[in-house]
Design a protein around this ligand. Structure first.
Ligand code: GLN
Length: 470
């Protein structure tokens, strides 16, 4: 998509204004946007030779934007207008990209449904009765309609890669430290990554070139130079070693998902890839989700202690400072966030830190060790990104302790535990809705990840997919 747009520079301004208008129309059905951004001013000083000149984009609304309301999907921040830009905003602007919207997310990026935003649930463009997945669901939905060519997200557990699967787009979570998180409202700092959505692997390469790189304002950002991924992209799979995540395959109940996945694997083999099963310790994998929740909730309750209605955000009245804080936090957060803050605070009590928080960190290490075992021998770990297509918005909640939930629906958190690059690309359709395949590679080996993803894209033909909103 980027290439066509760059080849038609004359139309850049028109295109962005159109996108701004179209997004507003679409939003009547999708509810994927929190704040629209009129691009007129940006269009007056477009950076001419930028790699993303005149390309309409959206930011997940936990991305700080100067003078533009940034809510993180929470009522408590619904009046927050930042005085500075996130690093990625400056980088994208310098590349000529044009923001037209701040996209919906689960409150404070907690959740996997995009139903907990204070503005209500986002709807899946392929089937409005279904969810987009979360927490970066608004971004995924916008890209899947084609109204923007790229949207940013953040990924703490799978929040880019899961909605990418449900919305039929490419979703990338690069290596921890590859993209600066300066100005991204945090969730859980040891797991948070900036990620993004595009309609093709090639566009994903260009986007990373623009967003990645050292930023002194983010002490976790890497000094490694950023390769020109788009120039290096090649889909040759000869001799590539790919591991199939056996436990995930075993845990998936939907046979059609497995059929689509196996068909894809055969095609990759036909291209010369060496594909083998890799089995993790099943008991350890079942600890993945509780481990994740503990670490994430503890870090979140600490990170969000500044949301108290005093320093910034919505303030509820009270007689004392304490009362103001209690009232602001009680009314400012939805039930899911409140629950997670309680769990997180409990895990951080002096008496509980060893028993809970630090124990979870040890389990995290064991899980990463297993992933290292796998990636020692294989270039990538491959699995369906979810067991099924997007769930219905008013559907029954699945059994949260089943293997299918614990393993098949949550395996992508390994990419956050390890920090290794991981992405989802579309692999098939069921009932008119897309489902994706996920691959995880070695640290800073985005190059191999993109190559394998490109081969998958060539085999499926699922590139620049456009959902027609009905
Ligand atoms: N669904 C996970 C959670 O609720 C992931 C969220 C994320 O990656 N931001 O924490």
């Amino acid at each position: 998509m980027f290439k066509d747009m760059l080849n038609d520079k004359a139309n850049a301004k028109n295109r962005c204004l159109e996108a701004y208008k179209k997004a507003q129309e679409l939003n009547e059905s999708l509810n994927a946007v929190i704040t629209f951004v009129d691009p007129s001013e940006q269009l007056e000083h477009l950076v001419e030779d930028g790699k993303m000149y005149g390309i309409p984009i959206a930011y997940k609304d936990n991305t700080t934007t100067k003078n533009i309301t940034t809510t993180a999907g929470s009522k408590i921040l619904s009046n927050y207008v930042p005085v500075f830009n996130a690093e990625i905003v400056d980088r994208l602007e310098a590349a000529g990209a044009v923001c037209i919207a701040k996209a919906s997310l689960d409150e404070l990026a907690m959740g996997g449904t995009n139903t907990t935003c204070f503005k209500g649930a986002a709807h899946n463009p392929w089937d409005l009765h279904r969810m987009t997945g979360g927490s970066s669901g608004g971004s995924a939905a916008l890209v899947s309609t084609g109204v923007v060519a790229m949207a940013t997200g953040s990924d703490t557990g799978d929040s880019v890669r899961k909605p990418a699967s449900f919305c039929g787009v490419v979703g990338v979570k690069p290596t921890y430290g590859r993209i600066s998180r300066y100005g991204i409202i945090p969730y859980a700092s040891s797991l948070d990554h900036v990620g993004y959505f595009t309609s093709s692997v090639e566009d994903a390469c260009v986007t990373l070139e623009v967003m990645a790189g050292r930023d002194d304002r983010d002490m976790t950002s890497s000094n490694l130079p950023v390769p020109e991924y788009s120039k290096l992209l090649n889909s040759d799979l000869k001799g590539r070693k790919i591991a199939v995540f056996k436990n995930v395959i075993d845990a998936i109940e939907n046979k059609e998902t497995i059929r689509i996945f196996n068909e894809l694997v055969s095609k990759l083999e036909a291209r010369g890839a060496i594909v083998e099963m890799f089995e993790f310790d099943d008991a350890l994998l079942k600890a993945m989700l509780p481990t994740y929740y503990l670490i994430a909730n503890c870090e979140a309750s600490s990170n969000h202690s500044n949301l108290d209605g005093v320093r910034f955000g919505v303030r509820e009245p009270g007689e004392t400072m304490e009362e103001i804080m209690i009232n602001s936090r009680t009314k400012g957060f939805g039930p899911l966030c409140r629950k997670r803050f309680v769990i997180g605070s409990y895990g951080l009590f002096d008496d509980n830190q060893d028993k809970l928080f630090r124990k979870a960190q040890k389990v995290r290490r064991l899980l990463v060790q297993q992933l290292n075992e796998c990636l020692k021998d294989y270039d990538a770990l491959l699995a369906p990104a979810s067991g099924d297509i997007a769930p219905l918005l008013d559907g029954a909640v699945s059994d949260q302790l089943s293997d299918s939930h614990l393993i098949a629906e949550n395996h992508m958190v390994l990419g956050n535990f390890s920090g290794y690059p991981s992405m989802t690309v579309p692999m098939g359709f069921m009932e008119g809705c897309p489902i994706g395949v996920n691959l995880t590679c070695r640290a800073f080996d985005e190059e191999s990840m993109f190559d394998i993803a490109k081969a998958i894209e060539e085999e499926t033909g699922f590139k620049n997919l456009k959902a027609e909103v009905k």
